[in-house]
Design a protein. Structure first.
Length: 74
């Protein structure tokens, strides 16, 4: 595997984890439409674009999204 292939695998794995975050938060916030949950999560995720250290990004995304969704759900 070359460097580009490894990066592709990492990005795919990270995207899978972010999709799992969306699924968890859709369950946690049933009063917020699923599409809106996905938009919030993806907005949080976009803030970390081009950051070199990626290990904790899904955790930070989930925390940020929970804060925003908590405000939306009342």
């Amino acid at each position: 595997m070359n460097g580009e292939q490894i990066e592709g695998v990492i990005e795919s794995s990270e995207r899978t984890v972010i999709d799992q975050v969306v699924d968890r938060l859709v369950q946690k916030y049933p009063s917020v439409p699923g599409e809106q949950v996905a938009d919030v999560v993806n907005g949080c995720y976009a803030r970390f674009d081009r950051r070199p250290i990626r290990d904790f990004i899904p955790l930070f995304v989930e925390r940020g999204a929970r804060t925003q969704l908590g405000l939306l759900s009342g």
